[in-house]
Design a protein around this ligand. Structure first.
Ligand code: ZN
Length: 218
């Protein structure tokens, strides 16, 4: 927990916070019946939610509806506040594959009451992350195919080309609210096809040119 691995580097990278965006793909916003927002809808997962390099996910007993969300993870390497969109990608150290695991039943209830989502989004093991690759190895972060299978059955298949806010804009917008520090991670939203995972499932998430993340559900 609390740290991630960079391909080819011995030293682990300590993670501060994980800034996440909701509804960053139009199709996914539609499937949950949410309007597409004019401002980024941001929330934070704590570093304690990290499951680095895959492993075993533990769904909390207070939920019976944990959903998978495959997302491109962006590792910040250089700190900044109010980062201009044109400068934003120069703050990125690397990219990885993330799962933003979500207790959808709990989240839906909280949303209906106007309450914060943390207990649905920030539980231990709610943020599995792959090993990261250096920025230079990814030619275009807005042209990456994301695919997720559960027990070998395809569930999500999208492209980062469909993000409503591209990575540079997300960094810029997030840094207008929160100082981004080296070791912080941005999760950039999920394409459509989210669905439940259950005890005994094996989830495989692949972003072409970035990596593969495999988790088992306890
Ligand atoms: Zn998400």
């Amino acid at each position: 927990m609390h740290s991630v691995t960079m391909q080819g580097q011995q030293q682990k990278i300590t993670v501060g916070k994980i800034v996440c965006v909701a509804r960053n793909y139009a199709e996914h916003a539609r499937e949950l019946g949410n309007p597409v927002p004019d401002k980024a809808v941001l929330f934070i997962k704590p570093a304690s939610s990290i499951l680095a390099d895959g492993g075993t996910v533990i769904i909390p007993a207070y939920s019976s509806g944990c959903h998978h969300e495959i997302e491109l993870a962006v590792l910040i390497g250089r700190p900044g506040k109010d980062i201009a969109e044109a400068e934003a990608l120069s703050h990125v150290a690397g990219y990885g594959v993330a799962l933003d695991l979500t207790l959808r039943d709990v989240q839906t209830e909280l949303k209906a009451k106007g309450l914060p989502w943390e207990i649905a989004k920030a539980f231990d093991t709610s943020c599995p992350l792959s090993t990261f690759v250096l920025t230079e190895t990814v030619a275009d972060p807005q042209n990456l195919r994301l695919r997720l299978t559960v027990n070998g059955v395809p569930r999500q298949d999208g492209t980062t080309a469909d993000m409503l806010r591209p990575v540079a804009r997300l960094i810029s917008e997030a840094s207008s609210y929160f100082t981004l520090e080296a070791g912080d991670i941005l999760l950039t939203g999920t394409p459509s096809g989210v669905g439940p995972i259950r005890s005994g499932d094996r989830v495989e998430a692949v972003i072409d040119g970035v990596g593969t993340l495999t988790v088992d559900v306890l």
